[in-house]
Write a protein that binds this ligand. Structure first.
Ligand code: TXE
Length: 495
C-alpha cells in the first residue's frame, strides 16, 4: 500500500510482476485513498502454485486441530487489538459509517472464535459395519487449495467467513478481495502472519475480476472456490470451474421480501417501520440481504408507506468518518450510475416515486457518490425494479390482501437469500416462514445473523452455505477408513 508491496505469495510480500498498480478511491469524496499493487495473471498462478506446494507438503494439514484453534484465537485477539485501525480502513474504502465498520470487525472476530471452538470439538464418526474385526470410521480432511473471492460491500467480513473455516480445516488458500476495496484485507493478511500462520498457507492477490479472477478459477490446482458477489460473475465462475470439476460455493445476493401483515397493530407499528427502514437503507442498500421489497397488507399500506417515507427523509447521509452520519455513499461512481439507471427504469415502468430518486443537494456531498433513500410505491411483481438486485437505497412496495398472496409474492423471485415477516399472530408467522423459499427468514426482526447459524441462499442466490458447522464442512472432504484388524482370505474365487 502506498509503495509497500501488497501481494503475499509463498510467504513473501511482493509488488506485481508487471508493475501494475491501482488507485483506491474514497467514495465519500472521490479522492485517492491509497495506491495498491494490482496482481497480474502470472501472480495469480504463482499464488496458486505456492498454496498447492504448501498443501501437498502436508505439514499444515497435519497440524493438530488444537494448534489450529489456538492460532484462530490469536487472530481474534489481534483483530480486537487493531479494531480501530481496521475499522477506519474499511470506512475509507467502502464509505460505510465507522459505527458499522466497528460492528464488522467484532463480527469478524467472533467468526474466528467460533471456528476455533468448532474445530477443537470435532471428532471422527465410528460406523458399525457388523464385522467385529473391522474398525470403520469416517474422518474429515481439508479439501485442499481454496480460492476465496470476496466482494466490496463487506470486504473483511465476507473474507473472514471464508478464511476462518479454511484455516480451521487445514486448507491452504489464495485470497482475492474486490479490486475496489482491498485495504482491510491487506492489513488483515499482515495480521495473520503476525498471529503465526505459516508461510504459503495464506496467499493474497488483488486485482481485476476479469483478468485475475479468471486466472485463479481456471486452474486445475485449485480444489475449492468460495465466491461472494454478483449473479453474472457467479455464473462465469461456475462455468469455468466445471471444466476442472472444481467444487464451488456461491453467494450471489438476493431480492429480499419483507412482508408486513396488518395485524402488527399499533404495538408493533413503530418497530415494523423501523426494521423495514433499516433493512433496506443500512449501508445505502449495499447489502446482499437488504429487504428491498416491501410486501404490505393493503389495509395499512398507505399509512405505512407514508411513515416510512417520513423517516427515510430524515436519514442523515454523509461521510462515514463523521459520527453524525447514519449512512454513507455508494461504493463507486460506476455503482451509483447503476443505481440511477434503476431509478429511471422504475419511473419508466410506471412505479410511483414517493421519495428520493436523486442525489442529495448538499454541496458538501457533491464530490462523493451519495444517493438519497428512494421509495417506489404501487409496484408490480413483473417490474424489473422489483425482480432485479439494484444493490442501492431503493425500496419497492407491493400490496396484498390475503396470506397466500403475500407468500406467493415473497417467493416470486429468482433469488432466495433472505426474507422478513412481521405479524403479531405467531401461528401465522410460523406458517408463513415455513413456506418462504429463502435461506434466512426473520420473524419480527430483520438483518441479524450469527456465526453459529448457516448463511446462504435458495434458488439463484447460490449454493453451499457459510457459517455454522456447514460452513466448515464446505472446506472438508469426508474419508471412510475401513480397517480390518484380522485379515483373512475373502474366499470368493476358489482357484
Ligand atoms: O460484483 P462482482 P460487482 C451484486 C450487486 C452488484 C453486482 C455487481 O447486485 O451490483 O453484484 O457487482 C470478482 N472471475 N453483488 O460487479 O463482479 C471481483 O473482482 C473471478 C452482490 O462489483 O461479482 C470481486 O472480487 N472473480 C454481492 C468479486 O468477484 C471475479 C456483493 C465480486 O465482484 C470475476 C457484491 C471473474 N470472472 C455485488 N469477475 C453479494 N452477494 O453480497 C469479478 N470477479
Amino acid at each position: 500500500m502506498n509503495g509497500e508491496p501488497d501481494l503475499l505469495i509463498g510467504g513473501t510480500w511482493r509488488h506485481a510482476s508487471d508493475g501494475g498498480t491501482r488507485d483506491i478511491i474514497n467514495p465519500a469524496d472521490g479522492s485517492v485513498a491509497a495506491v495498491v499493487d494490482e496482481a497480474s495473471p502470472d501472480d495469480a498462478r504463482a499464488a496458486v502454485a505456492a498454496a498447492r506446494a504448501c498443501f501437498d507438503d502436508g505439514s499444515w494439514r497435519a497440524t493438530p486441530a488444537g494448534e489450529r484453534a489456538a492460532l484462530l484465537h490469536r487472530v481474534a485477539d489481534l483483530l480486537q487489538r487493531d479494531k480501530e485501525s481496521l475499522s477506519r480502513l474499511e470506512t475509507r474504502d467502502t464509505g460505510k459509517t465507522l459505527a458499522e465498520s466497528r460492528i464488522d470487525i467484532d463480527d469478524v472476530t467472533s467468526v474466528f472464535r467460533y471456528y476455533a471452538h468448532l474445530i477443537g470439538a470435532e471428532s471422527d464418526r465410528l460406523v458399525d459395519v457388523g464385522a467385529p474385526a473391522v474398525v470403520s470410521r469416517v474422518v474429515r480432511e481439508p479439501i485442499g487449495v481454496c480460492v476465496l473471492i470476496a466482494p466490496w460491500n463487506y470486504p473483511l467480513l465476507q473474507m473472514s467467513w471464508k478464511v476462518a473455516p479454511a484455516l480451521a480445516a487445514g486448507c491452504t488458500m489464495v485470497c482475492k478481495p474486490s479490486e475496489v476495496t482491498p485495504l482491510s484485507t491487506i492489513a488483515f493478511t499482515h495480521l495473520l502472519q503476525e498471529a503465526g500462520v505459516p508461510a504459503s498457507v495464506v496467499n493474497l492477490v488483488q486485482g481485476s475480476g476479469a483478468a485475475l479472477g479468471q486466472a485463479l478459477t481456471d486452474n486445475p490446482d485449485v480444489d475449492f472456490i468460495s465466491f461472494t458477489g454478483g449473479l453474472a460473475t457467479g455464473r462465469t465462475i461456475a462455468r469455468t470451474a466445471a471444466e476442472h470439476v472444481t467444487k464451488v460455493a456461491l453467494e450471489l445476493g438476493g431480492k429480499n421480501p419483507h412482508i408486513v401483515f396488518a395485524d402488527i397493530g399499533s404495538d408493533g407499528w413503530d418497530s415494523a417501520v423501523d426494521h423495514v427502514l433499516t433493512g433496506v437503507f443500512l449501508h445505502s442498500g449495499q447489502v446482499c440481504s437488504a429487504g428491498t421489497r416491501l410486501i404490505v397488507e393493503q389495509s395499512i399500506a398507505d399509512e405505512f408507506v407514508a411513515d416510512l417515507a417520513a423517516r427515510a427523509e430524515k436519514i442523515r447521509i454523509g461521510d462515514g468518518m463523521d459520527p453524525a452520519s447514519e449512512t454513507g455513499p455508494l461504493v463507486s461512481a460506476d455503482h451509483r450510475d447503476k443505481v440511477e439507471n434503476y431509478v429511471a427504469l422504475g419511473v419508466s415502468e410506471g412505479a410511483t416515486l414517493v421519495t428520493g430518486g436523486a442525489r442529495p443537494s448538499d454541496p458538501a456531498l457533491a464530490d462523493g457518490y451519495f444517493y438519497l433513500p428512494t421509495i417506489f410505491d404501487h409496484c408490480e411483481r413483473t417490474m424489473r425494479i422489483v425482480q432485479e438486485e439494484t444493490f442501492g437505497p431503493i425500496l419497492t412496495v407491493e400490496r396484498f390482501t390475503t396470506e397466500s398472496e403475500a407468500i406467493g409474492l415473497g417467493n416470486d423471485t429468482q433469488y432466495g437469500l433472505a426474507a422478513g415477516v412481521r405479524t403479531s399472530d405467531s401461528a401465522r408467522g410460523e406458517r408463513v416462514v415455513r413456506q418462504l423459499r429463502h435461506g434466512t427468514v426473520w420473524l419480527n426482526d430483520f438483518g441479524y445473523y450469527t456465526a453459529a447459524a448457516e448463511w446462504g441462499g435458495f434458488g439463484r442466490s447460490g449454493n453451499g452455505r457459510e457459517l455454522g458447522p456447514t460452513g466448515l464442512a464446505e472446506y472438508q472432504e469426508l474419508k471412510h477408513i475401513w480397517h480390518n484388524t484380522a485379515p483373512a482370505p475373502a474366499g470368493w474365487f476358489k482357484g
